[in-house]
Design a protein around this ligand. Structure first.
Ligand code: PEP
Length: 253
């Protein structure tokens, strides 16, 4: 079973319209040659989605993601963006459950389950993030912590719905800190996540599910992480803001 090998760049709240346009151009002009089983995903802020969509319209394996969306279909939610609006812009994925959304915006598992539903209902896919804080890792209880996040955020889905889920394991202690999970730590957790999916949805779906690693991934450590059998690529923060670094990580995959 070949599952998709994915490198996704989460720009977070960085890059204005002009800077974002330049970054997408630099990535497109870098001479990337992607295999059929490879996908690159770019997740700019909402303000750059439309322009990025027009820049990516002829790219075969490079897709657009949004960094969030609201859980309701429409209505009086000032300042929010709906899944339908994103779909209309040509967005293919929505990142949900990023630790910054959980931490700074109080997003919990029940809300994330609702957001997952509305994204899937609109025909897009979800990159669902999970990850433990440092004290959980130090206590050695990371496996059950991640199990709860995945069960509560995703396991209400049907098999058909779950096929549209990509999971990103992002230990919080590794995000933006320069500390990376070792290849062994990443492999161990990814295998655990895959076993959870297998127990719920069966081996075939588990084998087809892409599980990405995120947390201070850079060109220098990407090849090691990506060579782990259950690591199917990366969700990249800081290094996705520099075309050369992002492309270096993609080439490691
Ligand atoms: C992230 O925030 O998803 C992330 C992985 O960030 P960084 O690569 O900067 O650690």
């Amino acid at each position: 079973m070949t599952r998709k090998k994915i490198v996704a760049g989460n720009w977070k709240m960085n890059k204005n319209l002009f800077e974002g346009k330049q970054l997408v151009s630099d990535i497109l002009e870098s001479g990337l040659e992607l295999r059929d089983d490879q996908e690159v995903i770019i997740a700019p802020p909402f303000t750059s989605l439309e322009l990025a969509a027009s820049q990516l319209k002829d790219s075969k394996n490079i897709f657009l993601a949004a960094q969030n969306c609201h859980q309701e279909a429409s209505g009086a939610y000032t300042g929010e963006i709906s899944a339908e609006m994103l779909k209309g812009l040509g967005v293919r994925y929505v990142i949900l459950g990023h630790s910054e959304r959980r931490q700074y915006f109080g997003e919990g598992d029940a809300l994330l389950a609702q957001k997952t539903d509305i994204v899937l209902k609109n025909g897009m896919k979800v990159i669902f993030c999970c990850g433990e804080p440092l004290q959980i890792r130090e206590a050695g209880t990371q496996n059950t912590y991640i199990q709860t996040q995945i069960e509560q955020g995703l396991f209400h889905l049907t098999e058909a719905e779950f096929k549209n889920i990509v999971i990103a394991y992002e230990p919080i202690w590794a995000i933006g800190t320069g500390l990376t999970a070792s290849d062994e730590q990443a492999q161990e957790m990814h295998a655990h996540i895959r076993s959870l999916v297998a127990a719920k949805y069966g081996d075939a779906i588990a084998e087809a599910t892409s599980i990405l690693y995120g947390g201070s991934c850079k060109p220098s450590n990407a090849a090691g992480l990506f060579s782990c059998p259950d690591v199917d690529g990366g969700l990249i923060g800081g290094a996705a803001l520099v075309a050369q670094d992002f492309v270096g990580i993609i080439k490691a995959r």
